[in-house]
Design a protein around this ligand. Sequence first.
Ligand code: GLV
Ligand code: GLV
Length: 330
Amino acid sequence: MTKIFVTRDIPDEGLKMLRARTDIELKVYGEDKKIPDGILKRSVKGADIILSLLTEKIDSSVMDAAGKQLKMIANYAVGFDNIDLAAAKERGIVVTNTPGPELSEAVAEHAVALIFTLTHRIVETDTFTRAKKYKGWGPKMFLGTDVHGKTLGIIGGGAIGTALARKMHNGFGVKIVYNDIKRNEALEKEVDATYLEKNDLLKKADFVSIHVPLLPSTKHLIGEAELKIMKNTAYLINTSRGPIVDEKALVVALTRGDIAGAGLDVYECEPLIDCDPTDTYELRKCANAVLTPHTASATIEARQAMSRVAAENILAFLDGKTPPNAVKVS
Ligand code: GLV
Ligand code: GLV
């Protein structure tokens, strides 16, 4: 019998696939909130597999609390920065994530939504209209900017970056430039994208959208120097992981007008904003920022797909195959 502990209830399709197997004993933490660390450590004891969420930090202490039989951590997320990969490797534990077309489409759609919310000033104008301030049409009232014909700089030309490039290029006539650790020729061909060095991309782009995983090498990839290179008419979009952007530097850039605005779905010290336990929320005061609570993949289609992908990884592993989404540890 394989014991699987799921750290929070998730959309059900993958759980049904696991429950259909008679050789699996599935336990799910029942509260709809992040599992407290103490309960996590007690609950994983004896588990062969942990199906974890991105809110759970799975470090060596959790792995050791589970015990030597722990063989796999199946993360319910495309990101895997919540898992100590080196500790997992040392212990021979396989780690998997949940990429896939549904997740890529959902996150790319969210990036599109943030771009248009900023350029068409949707949040500001909605607030204005609800506050009964709309007294009559004006030719210069709430002027935004067109998206059509602009240049989108994609940092991270993988599946999500490619999905966004496709939508923006094919749908809105946007020019695509991108940067990554390696070139993506399929992306270049499909949407006529140009590979640029990071600083050249920052100089050129009207929108900069980040689609890289959080790794030691990508922490603060966008900081004070990068924000200064960006045009003061440009917008920064982050739907990847908060620490990739130096949030303090971003608040300064937004306040000074070094860039035109930011659309953020993730935060450096999430769920805190501005890493500020006193809750003063400098970012929240920036009218040129649009803030969503890490909901870029929160569509029913994407979250069910992630559930199925997590289960497929587990079932492949149990059947002695390499899971389709094993995270490579360098
Ligand atoms: C969401 O942030 C994910 O990594 O899937
Ligand atoms: C605006 O409403 C217009 O008619 O141009």
